[in-house]
Design a protein around this ligand. Structure first.
Ligand SMILES: *[C@@H]1O[C@H](CO)[C@@H](O)[C@H](O)[C@H]1NC(C)=O
Ligand SMILES: *[C@@H]1O[C@H](CO)[C@@H](O)[C@H](O)[C@H]1NC(C)=O
Ligand SMILES: *[C@@H]1O[C@H](CO)[C@@H](O)[C@H](O)[C@H]1NC(C)=O
Length: 391
């Protein structure tokens, strides 16, 4: 599974819903004091920007037109505007969750309303393990374990002693993912057969589970754990993996085999989450069904205003899906569409702000979390019964 660096710009940003950290104040909605987020480009609110300054490596999302819709400049976010975690923070009345690396020095770091440890390109599995499987992360060696290490390292600046820290973590909404997508993206986009990559799924899920268990030991009371997106609908995968021998879903135009692979991952994850729920009945383990929240868009793009359809990228280097491995969004010769809100796909891999908003609503105000997020938050009479009574 040799990985080619030529893929680096296409895949570094590829996977990852990682983040949601709320840290806040009970204050905003009575449920959580802060958001703490782990994951990849789906949730990275700027760590990649600071990381790239350290490693002196350029990344597409550090260049225009990234960020143009909401921030008027690139922030490192892999979209034209806000991400799911940004809409979540806004909906809870919290400021946008700052990246861990922004603080620069430990002394300056405060939990405030949350800290985001998600990094674009991060994998669930460690880079040493992936390297032994022949998989190179073209972006960095960031992984879920490294992000948890950063969190533990920063904890001492958030709280004074063990019980204090435990309470703080217990009052936070903790996002674990999306993560794991890159563990698959790197080898699949590099041309490895899906059946080979499938053997990674149990190892990826076990890694996510072990991080969740560590967080529970540290006092976590409410964790949101997302599944993966329907990658068979992404412009990048349609370009790289599409062929006349592939089966396409007649209603959506998505690649069936890739979406089945994602569903396998997601079902495996949910089975494991059920086991954690049995062991920890007082902890809220919320599964976030990114797959079906996104499928709403692919099934009925017009209903959500995506009048240019859901499969073609707004920003890219041309071709049927406007995704070109050698000319990517952020490159000099890439072009950007006039109205990103009429596209669901932003850069081939990541979605537009408009699409993330639809997904956010489906998840946190709609039916795509289990249990329903709205049943836990805002405050309900059952709050005590679900383990949030400590404050
Ligand atoms: C990860 O990368 C950083 C910066 O390139 C390096 O300092 C560090 O040693 C690496 N860690 C591992 C575990 O390879
Ligand atoms: C832990 O820290 C908190 C906040 O500073 C303090 O109120 C509490 O007394 C401390 N508890 C112990 C056991 O030191
Ligand atoms: C992809 O980009 C390269 C380099 O800019 C260009 O030569 C090629 O024609 C592009 N391919 C498509 C399908 O647009």
């Amino acid at each position: 599974m040799a990985s080619s660096l030529s893929l680096s710009t296409s895949s570094w940003c590829f996977v990852g819903f990682l983040v949601v950290v709320w840290n806040g104040s009970l204050y905003a909605n009575g449920c959580y004091t802060s958001i703490i987020s782990f994951g990849d480009s789906i949730a990275d609110t700027g760590n990649i920007k600071h990381l790239s300054a350290i490693t002196n490596q350029a990344f597409p999302s550090l260049f225009p037109p990234y960020g143009q819709t909401f921030f008027n400049k690139p922030t490192g976010r892999c979209s034209d505007g806000r991400l799911i975690i940004d809409f979540l923070a806004e909906s809870l009345g919290l400021p946008l969750i700052p990246p861990y690396m922004q603080a620069g020095s430990d002394n300056a770091l405060e939990l405030g309303h949350g800290v985001n440890y998600a990094v674009a390109g991060a994998t669930a599995l460690g880079s040493l393990f992936l390297g032994k499987e022949g998989i190179q992360n073209p972006v960095s060696n960031a992984s879920l374990g490294i992000e948890l290490g950063w969190f533990k390292h920063s904890l001492h600046s958030f709280c004074d002693n063990a019980s204090d820290c435990k309470n703080l973590i217990g009052r936070s909404l903790i996002l674990v993912g999306e993560v794991g997508g890159n563990d698959y993206n790197f080898p699949i986009l590099d041309g490895n057969p899906i059946d080979d990559v499938k053997s990674l799924v149990p190892i990826v899920i076990n890694t996510i589970v072990s991080i969740i268990n560590e967080l529970i030991e540290m006092g976590a009371q409410t964790l949101v754990v997302p599944g993966n997106f329907p990658i068979g609908c992404s412009s990048a995968y349609l370009t790289v993996c599409g062929s006349e021998n592939e089966e396409y879903d007649p209603t959506t135009g998505c690649l069936v085999r890739l979406n089945q692979f994602v569903e396998y991952h997601n079902e495996f994850l949910q089975t494991k989450l059920n086991q954690i729920r049995e062991l920890h009945p007082n902890v809220n383990i919320i599964y976030a069904d990114y797959y079906n929240a996104a499928m709403q868009i692919y099934r009925s793009p017009y209903k959500f205003g995506f009048t240019n359809g859901a499969l073609k990228a707004c920003c890219g280097g041309g071709g049927q899906f406007n995704y070109n491995l050698t000319t990517k969004c952020g490159d000099e010769f890439a072009t950007v569409c006039a109205e990103p809100s009429t596209y669901a796909n932003w850069d081939g891999i990541h979605l537009t702000e408009a699409a993330y908003k639809v997904i956010f609503k489906g998840l946190f105000q709609g039916p795509y979390t289990t249990p329903a997020f709205s049943s836990l938050c805002p405050t309900s009479p059952q709050r005590g019964a679900i383990g949030l009574s400590s404050f």
